[in-house]
Design a protein around this ligand. Structure first.
Ligand code: SDX
Length: 393
């Protein structure tokens, strides 16, 4: 569709990855999950329905969605022994380091997931378990950061409501989950659900290609997403906006810093490896930002700073010539903050959103029986030379 050419030079699995899951066109700013435009899914679908679509390739019937949600609800509890790993982390350690470790640790409790050859039912069950348990782990990490007791899942709730209940619920009283927050969380998670062969998804595929289990593969994806150039950007954007606010909101000064080659500062949330036009997700999130902050009655000064930065940058030749536009991370942190999440939880929320995409891509790689990944290299090192004794060096 966009002229992707697989460089077939006779080695297996070294060219472009072939995938039927997500299509994006960076020049036109198009993003589709299994052929469905992201704009329609964000407006009409739910996160768990999009998860089903990505993993199984079709929108579920009502019964299929009910069964999928019910199966997940059977596995939302995490083995109590997992708490021993959990309690070992310092309370202020970064949530991404905790999540990556805890997800990999799940493999210790499900030895059947270690079998290289699994039946379809075993693969399906491991998919259900990692979907169910990662939401619980994310909420537990948040509770630990507050020094609060963890909240156990309530399986009467749907996936996103259950996650919000475990995250913001209290042992001392029942809470009402605001439908505005549930709707906003669904949109954010849908927009993060998959994105073709980005850094973390490629990591999940290549780790899985060695027949490593789903927990280790997803854990590797979480580690790749942690970086500030990738999923960590949403946290870096808020930290940047806060710094500009503390500095008096002088956006021109910070735009100049971003353009200065002698200054390591980059405009976080701007630019993209593939999108050389507006990231379609950024457009949706920017509109959702206004809606949600208005509905929640929140006036966040950093949103005004973000809008001013965007306005100035989109007219500045430096950004225009380099086709640098706001990406998915530019506005998402402002909504997460409005929903009550602390900054260092933002990338973990990105991971929860990207989980169905990672799973779908891991499953596709296994279904296609792809050989072990072996990216090619172009050797640029020394030509042959003979060993020299240390005394002669
Ligand atoms: C995500 O791949 C995916 O799909 C990722 C993702 C997903 O859903 O999985 O979309 C999620 O990771 C979004 C990106 C989040 N990261 C950030 O917002 C960090 C800030 N952005 C940049 O670091 C950068 O734009 C990247 C890393 C995102 C993209 O880097 P590229 O395509 O390799 O661009 P580049 O580094 O080659 O830059 C090209 C030029 C350079 O200037 P020149 O050498 O041509 O003079 O643009 C400049 C760069 O210095 N540039 C920036 C800039 N981004 C690029 N200058 C200032 N601020 C920026 N943000």
């Amino acid at each position: 569709q966009s002229g992707y050419v697989t460089l077939d030079i006779g080695y297996k699995n070294t060219g472009a990855t072939k995938s039927a899951i997500t299509f994006l066109d960076g020049e036109l700013g198009i993003l589709k999950y299994r052929g469905y435009p992201i704009e329609q899914l964000a407006e009409k679908s739910s996160f768990i329905e999009v998860a089903y679509l990505l993993i199984y390739g079709a929108l579920p019937t009502e019964q299929q969605l009910t069964d999928f949600q019910y199966e997940i609800s059977r596995y939302t509890l995490v083995h109590e022994d997992m708490k021993k790993f959990f309690d070992g982390f310092p309370s202020k350690s970064h949530p991404m380091g905790q999540l990556s470790s805890l997800v990999c640790a799940l493999s210790a409790f499900y030895p059947e997931s270690l079998k290289p050859i699994q039946t379809n039912e075993e693969v399906h069950l491991s998919i259900i378990k990692v979907l169910a348990k990662m939401a619980t782990l994310v909420s537990w990490i948040y509770k630990k950061s507050l020094g609060h007791p963890v909240i156990y899942p309530r399986n009467k709730y749907d996936y996103v409501t259950n996650f919000l209940y475990m995250t913001f619920g209290q042992r001392t009283e029942e809470i009402e989950i605001d439908p505005v927050v549930v709707s906003a969380m669904n949109v954010l998670l849908i927009l993060h659900a998959d994105h073709e062969q980005n850094c973390s998804t490629s990591t999940v595929r290549i780790v899985g290609s060695s027949e490593s289990n789903i927990y280790a593969s997803v854990s590797a994806g979480i580690s790749a997403l942690w970086g500030p150039l990738h999923g960590g950007a949403n946290q870096a954007v808020i930290e940047m906006l806060e710094k500009i606010k503390e500095d008096g909101g002088d956006t021109d000064k910070w735009i100049a810093k971003a353009k200065d080659k002698n200054d390591p500062f980059r405009l976080m949330g701007f630019g993209h490896r593939v999108y050389k036009n507006f990231d379609p997700r950024a457009k949706i999130i920017k509109k959702a930002c206004d809606d949600i902050l208005e509905k929640l009655g929140i006036d966040d000064e950093v949103l005004d700073i973000a809008k001013k930065l965007e306005e100035v940058a989109l007219k500045d030749p430096y950004f225009v010539e380099r086709k640098l536009y706001p990406n998915v991370d530019f506005y998402s942190g402002i909504i997460y903050r409005a929903l009550g999440f602390p900054t260092d939880m933002f990338t973990v929320l990105f991971a929860l959103g990207r989980l169905p995409g990672w799973i779908a891509q891991w499953k596709e790689m296994k279904d296609n029986k792809e050989p072990i990944g072996r990216p090619r290299q172009i050797y640029t090192g020394a030509t042959t030379r003979d060993y020299v004794d240390i005394a002669s060096r």
